[in-house]
Design a protein around this ligand. Structure first.
Ligand code: MN
Ligand code: MG
Length: 661
């Protein structure tokens, strides 16, 4: 029998709570009496029932947003990463099970999509009729008790998901997606698990654990093409409230909600995406595993009311949000005390445990369960998906329109243009914003995108888009568009045309990922003017204007003209001038990186030439402008760019000159 470490220290508070509960219980079944001679050791006095106390430490473990990260491998970088993967989380799961034999393990969804592994099982090695999907095989290898559907489970269509679920050997739950015709639940809304447990005195019990799963109803928007007319998604809180009485009637002693919704806030709008906070206020919900935001709880969300970070409670309910890609294991500890025929929760607590990224240690059974798909995926990311007719590098992305940005812009426009069909925004001028992510800076002179002419592979996508952002589109006016660009133009220091000495062009305080190039319009940046905004978006020169000749299809952009601009979650949720005035924010819940991969596969041959939609405004005089980029760029200076190599500099950089003509 496993000794339960946690129970060796019973807190005074829980003893008090248990004593008062037990006092109300007139009799306990004789069969529940402990073995003779077993001391209670808990400080209870003689004469009462306490030595018969039946206390169970139930541990609920949870993962969320694995996004096909099972092996500790980064398919984009094509190398081992010990910062992700269920095989790493599995080590923590096994440790937890050694500490406490009364564990349940749940996954909160966003399981089958997210890296080339997911796509590989759709397009390259399609899931067979009777084949167990490797994602479910991975969960089974660790004996998961149940899981729920995340929004990304719907990305490949209902038939694909049905095929994957057919072979899953544990319940996969969802309570708020209904068949559009019959109105019946499309999936099992809940399950009741008869969990065999051992109490603090070694006696066996069965505890009934009800589990309900819900997803953000925004799947109807994000996967409209797959779902429209086939299913409807209802409000997630209302669906939990609807099934709770049934779950309780079925005998659930404890109710766990798997909430594939974000945390949200104190106010509930029916049908909203992020409702976990509301679930903490629902009477009868005892524990919540959430996710979707890819955030950490305990940890984040201190700004919300009634958050107890130390014990992982929100409104008194234990909650875990275990990061993403297997980075953390959520651990919820419930102390259950038997009261008559019921089990009461006398103590509750939630915490996160981070995987150990400093070792190669993994739960081998996970690696084994997905071996074939894992190896196939590696082959797939290395194989060419297309060709580029010219080198793609970011060496000069801060001084001229650049192929590494152009491709991201093109892919984003291509994606949203399909997604917006038959929506109110389908005729708006479509623009696309992208910034240099790999552009030297603090990461040194080697930290640039550099893809040679010729075959291009999926793993090159990582070079084009290093962050795991998701696609957003913003509806805003021409006036706001100009302010957005004014902000981006803070990338440059002001040029003094009369000065004769060397002048640095690039503002080192300004992060290159904030230098958004907005494609679909043409404009100039006049660096003889001061920047209007500082690097934090504060107005520093109210009347300054660097953006000149801003035009759409050859006509000057009007202040009240409306645009749809594709960008990422980071920018959309940020505080950029212009961006903050957006009248509509559309969340596509799909990775920018995946969009680039899809685009590459779609077009095959990539022409990476930039369209030069932006340039510097002509400068009078002949200032001596210099900037740094990689020393490796000296042989790749574009013709007629006004760029010249000057001399080597520290950290793999070199100094270059720029003549603006
Ligand atoms: Mn997710
Ligand atoms: Mg361009």
């Amino acid at each position: 029998m496993t000794i339960q470490k946690k129970l060796t220290a019973v807190t005074a508070a829980s003893v008090l709570a248990m004593s008062s509960l037990l006092a109300a219980v007139p009799a306990l079944a004789a069969s529940d009496a402990p073995a003779k001679g077993q001391g209670n050791g808990n400080g209870w006095g003689k004469g009462g029932n306490p030595k018969n106390a039946q206390e169970v430490s139930l541990q609920i473990l949870g993962t969320s947003d694995l996004h096909t990260n099972f092996v500790n491998y980064d398919y984009y970088q094509d190398k081992i990463s010990n910062a992700l993967g269920l095989a790493k989380t599995g080590v923590l799961i096994e440790q937890a099970r050694e500490e406490n034999s009364n564990t349940l393990l749940f996954d909160n969804g966003d399981l089958i999509q997210g890296t080339p592994f997911g796509g590989y099982k759709v397009t390259q090695d399609p899931l067979g009729e009777d084949e167990l999907h490797p994602a479910y095989a991975a969960l089974e290898s660790l004996d998961f008790d149940a899981s729920t559907l995340g929004n990304h489970e719907f990305n490949f269509g209902l038939d694909y998901l049905d095929n994957a679920l057919e072979e899953a050997r544990f319940p996969v739950l969802n309570a708020n997606v209904y068949d559009a015709e019959t109105g019946e639940n499309r999936y099992n809304p809940y399950t009741i698990i008869d969990k065999k447990v051992v109490d603090s005195k070694g006696r066996k019990h069965t505890i009934q654990v009800g589990v309900i799963g819900v997803v953000a109803p925004q799947i109807m928007k994000w996967d409209r093409a797959n779902l429209d007319g086939k299913v409807v998604a209802e409000d997630a809180v209302e669906s939990v409230e609807k099934f709770l009485p049934e779950v309780e009637k079925a005998g659930a002693d404890v109710v766990v909600v798997l909430s594939h919704s974000g945390m949200g806030d104190e106010t509930h709008e029916v049908g909203e995406e992020d409702i976990t906070y509301q679930l903490t206020e629902v009477e009868g919900v005892d524990a919540i595993i959430t996710g979707h935001n890819h955030d950490l709880f305990p940890g984040s969300y201190s700004e919300l009311a009634n958050v107890d970070q130390e014990n992982g409670l929100i409104n008194g309910t234990p909650v875990v949000m275990p990061g993403k890609f297997g980075s953390h294991l959520g651990v919820i500890d419930l102390t259950l005390v038997k009261k008559g025929n019921e089990w009461d929760i006398s103590n509750e607590k939630a915490e996160l445990r981070a995987i150990d990224s400093t070792t190669d240690e993994v739960a081998e059974q996970v690696v084994e369960a997905v071996k074939e798909t894992h190896e196939g995926t590696i082959e797939y990311v290395r194989s060419p998906v297309g060709e580029t007719t010219a080198p793609i590098n970011s060496y000069f992305s801060l001084v001229k329109d650049d192929p590494s940005i152009q491709i991201v812009n093109n892919a984003q426009s291509w994606y949203v243009d399909q997604k917006r069909k038959n929506t109110a925004n389908e005729d708006l001028p479509l623009l696309s914003a992208a910034a240099p992510f790999k552009a030297g800076g603090r990461n040194g002179g080697d930290y640039y995108t550099n893809i040679a002419t010729g075959q291009i592979a999926i793993k090159n996508v990582a070079d084009l888009y290093v962050f795991d952002n998701t696609v957003f589109a913003l509806k805003l006016t021409g006036a706001d568009l100009k302010e957005w660009l004014e902000m981006s133009a803070g990338q440059f220091l002001q040029v003094n045309t009369a000065a004769t000495g060397e002048q640095q062009l690039i503002n080192p305080e300004f992060r290159t990922y904030n230098f958004d190039v907005i494609d679909g319009v043409t404009y100039e940046i006049d660096i003889t003017q001061p920047a209007k905004y500082d690097a934090d978006g504060n107005t520093v020169n109210e009347t300054a204007s660097r953006i000149k000749n801003l035009s759409y299809q050859g006509t000057a952009v009007a202040a009240d003209q409306e645009f749809l601009v594709v960008t990422n979650n980071y920018r959309a949720s940020g505080n950029f001038p212009g961006v903050r005035n957006a009248t509509e924010t559309i969340d596509y819940a799909y990775e920018n990186r995946q969009v680039i991969q899809d685009y590459m596969e779609e077009v095959g041959t990539i022409d990476p030439s930039a369209d030069n939609n932006w340039s510097f405004t002509q400068i009078t005089g002949d200032p001596n402008l210099v900037f740094e980029t990689s020393a490796a760029a000296q042989n790749l200076i574009p013709a007629d760019s006004g760029i010249s190599y000057l001399e080597a500099a520290a950290n793999g950089f070199a100094k270059y000159g720029l003549a603006i003509k």
